[in-house]
Design a protein around this ligand. Structure first.
Ligand code: SAH
Ligand code: SF4
Length: 414
């Protein structure tokens, strides 16, 4: 079981257990997934290889991991037969364990996953005609408590490691059969095109699963670097979007050090309403947030910032709210698009979704203000895979168990 040490998370008052990125497993082996290539080289050197060998083996292993999807050293045919067991004794190639996989009638898939130390989290794949989007989790639970979000009712268990984050993308590629097939000998790189798969299903990544990615900044950055690395998973940063509830101090770093598209969970245009439904607003207010958006490195009319806005009946969905939204986005001169998300209810949620007419009216006002405001179609509702519905089965069960116990106690008292 990985050693978990109490480390403070920024913005979080109480220290929470966070697993360290490079921690040997119970059998002493180190998981190389999620470790940058130079660090793999250093690990190989520490384990006894000379500098030249360590560099060569790290290059080969890295290629097998991220280009070929290898899950064992035995498959790495350009590494000498004697070397493969040496690696196997000291290192492993991890994947999150799949506890349950569900398939929605609309094609959406959801996986309940488990870390090596037994924490459950979720990942969702959403296929569309022109793209396939993987919704990746950054934390088990969330420290924030947005009142409309099911994940927000979980306490934060811990940050996911870079390996657990990039491992979700690897696992999705495993399941979708997206590793290059055919020739397994990569000694001659001129042959690369022969096994490179075209027309992949998984084309986009959104950091919109469980957790607040900017409260797990370093691990999310390191994982996304592996995803974006041309020698790694080689997915363009333009196809990756990170969603934040508004962790203002980390936003500039996100643009500078990761450089992916930014989505901001705005959801309200007044202090009063945003303080209530997105409580981080009490710490970093609207003005500060919109200023940070205006300063986001890389934002331009070609790369607009997405503002997510969940439609809650009688809470944030009036025509006045829509006008105020347009005014604010203009005031800060933001290259913006607005994503209107119909509220997805979950057991015990206190809100209702706005009516379709209300959503249409809101959308029209924003659109007339010169800002695109599509309404997002909820996907995978039948398997609880839609936005904000992610909460692990174990947690749901314990909640159901609690409800049953409460009902029993009430019956006894009566
Ligand atoms: N923590 C990050 C990313 C995960 S949430 C964030 O808050 O941005 C991904 C998106 O789903 C956010 O915009 C979130 O506000 C939205 N969401 C949460 N609960 C929802 C619900 N019940 N219905 C619709 N959208 C929801
Ligand atoms: Fe956390 Fe995002 Fe849910 Fe808010 S909406 S509780 S930040 S996961």
């Amino acid at each position: 079981m990985p050693d978990t040490a109490a480390m403070p998370i920024p913005g979080q008052i109480d220290p929470v257990p966070t697993s360290r990125p490079i921690t040997p497993r119970a059998d002493g082996r180190i998981d190389v997934l999620g470790i940058p290539r130079e660090a793999i080289r250093d690990l190989f050197a520490e384990a006894g290889l000379d500098a030249k060998q360590a560099k060569l083996r790290a290059k080969q292993v890295y290629h097998w991991l991220y280009h070929r999807g290898a899950t064992e050293f035995a498959a790495m045919t350009d590494i000498s037969k004697a070397m493969r067991p040496w690696l196997e004794e000291r290192f492993v190639i991890g994947r999150p364990e799949v506890v349950e996989a569900q398939h929605s009638t609309d094609g959406t898939r959801k996986w309940l996953l488990k870390t090596a130390d037994g924490h459950e989290f979720e990942m969702v794949f959403i296929p569309d005609a022109d793209r396939g989007t993987l919704c990746v989790s950054s934390q088990v639970g969330c420290t924030l408590n947005c009142t409309f979000c099911h994940t927000g009712t979980m306490r934060l268990v811990r940050n996911l490691t870079p390996g657990e984050i990039v491992g979700q993308v690897m696992l999705a590629r495993d399941t979708l059969g997206e590793w290059p097939k055919g020739k397994m000998d990569v000694s001659d790189d001129a042959d690369e095109n022969e096994y490179r798969a075209d027309g992949r299903l998984l084309t986009n990544i959104v950091m919109m699963g469980m957790g607040e990615p900017l409260y797990n900044f370093d691990n999310v950055r390191d994982a996304l670097r592996l995803v974006m690395d041309g020698e790694g998973l080689a997915l363009s940063k333009r196809r990756i979007t990170l969603s934040t509830s508004g962790v203002v101090p980390a936003m500039a770093r996100c643009g500078e050090e990761i450089g992916v598209n930014l989505a901001v969970s705005l959801h309200a245009v007044s202090k009063e309403v945003r303080d209530e439904i997105v409580p981080i607003n009490r710490k970093y207010g609207l003005e500060e947030l919109l200023k940070a958006c205006a300063d986001y490195p890389g934002a331009s009319n070609a790369r607009r910032i997405t503002f997510e806005y969940v439609m809650l009946k009688d809470k944030n969905d009036s025509d006045e709210d829509a006008h105020e939204l347009v005014r604010l986005l203009r005031e800060y001169d933001l290259p913006a698009k607005v994503n209107l998300i119909p509220f997805n209810p979950w057991p015990g949620s206190v809100y209702e979704c706005s009516t379709p007419e209300r959503i249409r009216s809101f959308s029209n006002i924003v659109f007339e203000g010169g800002i695109s405001a599509p309404v997002r179609t909820p996907r995978g509702r039948d398997i609880d895979a839609a936005c904000g519905q992610l909460k692990t089965a174990a947690e749901k069960k314990s909640r159901a168990q609690m409800d049953r116990e409460a009902a029993e106690a009430e019956a006894t008292a009566a």
